[in-house]
Ligand binder design. Structure first.
Ligand SMILES: Cc1ncc(COP(=O)(O)O)c(C=O)c1O
Length: 405
């Protein structure tokens, strides 16, 4: 039996997979079981930041495997400590909580926000007396954006402002409100003293690759400052160099209070992180949140290697340069079905007036891997090490496919 047949027999059908089995990766290429080579514009959905087979990442993993590959969070370990220090030194945050995925990083941020709201309410009650306590009976509401994506656990599924993901899983988590993305008035209309946090992706990824306007994020910061509400950026997809800055918030000059990471952080190993400023981080006490595998030594050792390579090798400059090159190539595509090309760095979406699933399949047949973001958007999130030559190679395959539409 082929791998596909065995997998379909034994694995739950939560994914619609392409009929391809990959067995090897090198640089920005993947190889299937028949030895066919594919240029990868997907990077495992914005994960393989340094592509496949990066020597420093492999060495970091092997060395750490030989030394220690798991101990509990009852003890300290070196790779996790080093990674937390690096993330803090390179960002505006003070503390890190480690998880294993994007949804878990967001779940941590969600609980942190709820705890912050709980303590805020207690503070108001103890300082202002029973009258105010009655007015502030809860401070648990979280505002999320319509069309957002934050994960598949029940809390993050509820934060995800797209009903197609939520259907069949009610009752969802309570006290989540949805505002229009890029619409400050819509956010303001939901604000009162029962709201503890606003969750937002600086660029909506799964929702169709829609960047936030700078004024929108600045406005959210002002609202949060005015009302003592936490601003939380989900940078699971945009973080770790994807947009040409280590964190996407640096493109906007707007600092959130909490930020979540996963995907590119481990370069392919499962890891997530929730970063927070001290005044928020201190809301968590021992026992408030935990993860058996969070901060795994091998995953953290790989993350350290990824961060070193991104920051030491001038990779961010290259990402900006190659992102501009990809953007130019995509904007000059002559296809009447293209409605819009948008994005930042190596995170670009091309919106069509038709569904893109045939385009994706035809590219795959010609040796180019691309993914969609919603039904009408092609998403370009290649490994961050991609060269101009490889970009041109992929674009010429895409041109061939589009010319036959
Ligand atoms: C912005 C964002 N948040 C959260 C997630 C969930 O991450 P994970 O699949 O690692 O749980 C994703 C995944 O696509 C994402 O794009």
């Amino acid at each position: 039996m082929m791998i596909k047949e065995i997998a379909d027999k034994y694995i739950m059908k939560t994914y619609s997979r392409f009929s391809k089995t990959f067995i090897k990766g090198e640089g920005v290429y993947l190889f299937d079981e028949n030895g066919n080579k594919y240029l990868d514009f997907t990077a495992g959905i914005a994960v393989n930041a340094l592509g496949y087979g990066n020597k420093n990442v492999i060495d970091a993993a092997c060395n750490q495997m030989n030394k220690l590959f798991h101990t509990s969070n009852l003890y300290y370990t070196e790779p996790m400590t080093e990674l937390a220090q690096k993330l803090v030194n390179k960002s505006c945050f003070d503390k890190v909580f480690f998880a294993n995925s994007g949804a878990e990083a967001n779940e941590a941020a969600f609980k942190l926000a709820r705890k912050y709201g709980f303590l805020k309410k207690e503070h108001i009650c103890s300082n202002y007396g029973a009258g105010d306590a009655r007015r502030v009976c809860t401070c648990s509401k979280i505002i999320s954006m319509k069309n957002s994506f934050h994960g598949r656990t029940l809390a993050t599924l509820t934060l995800t402002g797209q009903s197609k993901y939520q259907k069949g899983f009610s009752p969802l988590v309570s006290d989540i409100l949805y505002a229009e993305f890029n619409n400050l008035k819509s956010v303001e209309s939901l604000i009162d003293n029962t709201v503890c946090a606003i969750f937002v992706e600086p660029i909506q990824g799964e929702g169709g690759l829609l960047p936030a306007n700078a004024d929108f994020l600045k406005g959210l910061r002002e609202i949060c400052d005015k009302y003592g509400i936490l601003l939380i950026f989900d940078e699971v997809q945009t973080g770790i160099g994807r947009t040409g800055e280590l964190f996407c918030y640096q493109n906007y000059g707007v600092e959130p209070d909490v930020l979540t990471l996963a995907k590119g952080l481990g370069g392919g190993l499962p890891i997530g992180a929730c970063l927070a400023k001290d005044f928020v981080a201190e809301c968590f006490n021992p026992g408030d949140h935990a993860s058996t595998f969070g901060g795994n030594p091998v995953a953290c050792a790989c993350s350290n290697a990824v961060l070193d390579e991104i920051t030491d090798m001038n990779l961010l400059l290259k990402i900006k340069e190659n992102g501009c090159h990809l953007m130019e190539k995509l904007t000059s595509l002559k296809c009447p079905n293209i409605q819009d090309v948008r994005g930042v760095g190596l995170m670009i979406g091309v919106e069509f007036d038709i569904e893109v699933k045939d385009v994706i399949q035809k590219c795959l047949d010609r040796g180019l891997l691309i993914i969609g973001a919603g039904k009408n958007v092609l998403r370009f999130v290649p490994p961050l090490i991609i060269s101009k030559y490889e970009i041109d190679k992929g674009i010429s395959i895409l041109e061939e496919v589009l010319s036959a539409l």
